[in-house]
Design a protein around this ligand. Sequence first.
Ligand code: NG6
Ligand code: CA
Length: 515
Amino acid sequence: SECNPEKFEEMVAAQEGWLNRMGAKLPIPKAPKAKKPNFIIIYADDLGYGDLNSYGATGILTPNLDQMAAEGIRFTSAYATAATCTPSRYSLLTGSYPWRNKDAKILSGNAGMIIGEDERTVPSTLKEAGYTTGVVGKWHIGLGNGKVDWNGEIRPTPLDVGFDHSYIMAATNDRVPCVYVDGRRVENLDPDDPITVVYGGDNPFPEIPTGKEHPELLRMTHSDTQHWDTIVDGVGRIGFSKGGKNAEWDDETMAENFLNKAKAFISENKDEPFFLYYALHQPHVPRLPSPRFAGATDHGPRGDVIVELDWCVGEFMDHLKKEGIDEDTIVVFSSDNGPILDDGYLDESPERIGNHKPAGPLRGGKYSQFDGGSRVPMILRAPGRATPGVSDALLSHADFLASFAKIAGVCIPEAEMADSVDMTAALLGATRSGRDQLVAEGFGARMVLRSGDWVLIPPYEGPRLFYDKDIETGNSKQPQLYNLNQDIGQRDNLAGKYPEKVAEMMAILDSIQHK
Ligand code: NG6
Ligand code: CA
């Protein structure tokens, strides 16, 4: 199809010419933005559709995100492409559905990079338009070539897939290595105390205590047999690690550390267009907020880290204003997948949930094929560009590639567009109509089709609950068809009533899969 990116220079010239012709005395129309807008994606980790005030939560106050929602657009039908982290983030950055890449599944802490160095990404695309690009926070898309040496120069890193600046944790906060990677190197690593990381099998380092063998050393008890390997900072992690003591993070300062790095990126790059991917680690497990947020809610650590997350967003937005660029910046806030209470540690999240509904009215949560897995809160704020309001436009996180390219004035060849669709008009609130359909996946790349108001979950074998975690997988031997307009909680399976709708949607899914 035809590519018509916005031509900023031409727009500005045309408007200036028009103003000159009209003379200076007339009311001056709103001037077009002379500069290309900055783009920021703030991405939470496991935040659910019902976790924010603006999405119906009452027991957890999130004033900063609510303000962003009031000043921007609150989307009610935005989807991550998956119900887990790695696949969602892969799509966010590449515009490609995760099930097209067999490696796009939850990665271990020493897995290799799954984005090819020649693969088009949001940051590599924006660089074509002269943007400076940065990532701060949770990565979890792999680092190195699969045999990563944490003590040397790591390659590839985000620096090899489009980012000019990178300050990240490799995987998740419950996985080793528990260190920050600054550019190509582990930060604060003492060369005399090298790090070794091993996944799988028995403890290869008998001298290093594990949660399994030394539960008395834990300050947070595991609830499964994954989170009981090497103890770091009093918490059993997934995976074994040895060495790198000086480089180890402190869970309670992680939020502030990432916030400061994100602010520094803004201060250093505010004069020219930039793209920042600020990937928060909250409210993923282990939930260990800074002491000032401990007890901020009645819901235990999960509620508290959501309040901390909101604070981070507020501080960050204040910084944009202080630096004088919040009017030039398109900020999107969303989450990589739906919510979960017990994801490996006993932190009282299920016991203290009270009336709070992390997935709001949606069924299922993280890992699930039901909407609670991948339908997430999404707020876009762009003063002067986006018309504030609430939008039910159907949108996928895969759409940022095509949409940001359009706004920045980059033409992407059709063959490199992957699954991304230009949703500029819906994102900026010019229309309430979004995609006709999209695909999301539950754990194990189990695809689900949303088409208009309908959702089809094809028949899948497997357990009803995910690892006994009180999360419904969505697995069923029968196809499931729901009409979300009448039944947002996916309770009334209409597959038996509308077999032709099931057949039609199975055919659409098949054609997308084999595109
Ligand atoms: C799972 C872990 C879970 C979490 C998840 C990744 C088990 C049983 N579960 O394998 O605790 O770490 O991986 O979360 O080990 S995500 O948000 O990064 O996808
Ligand atoms: Ca996640």
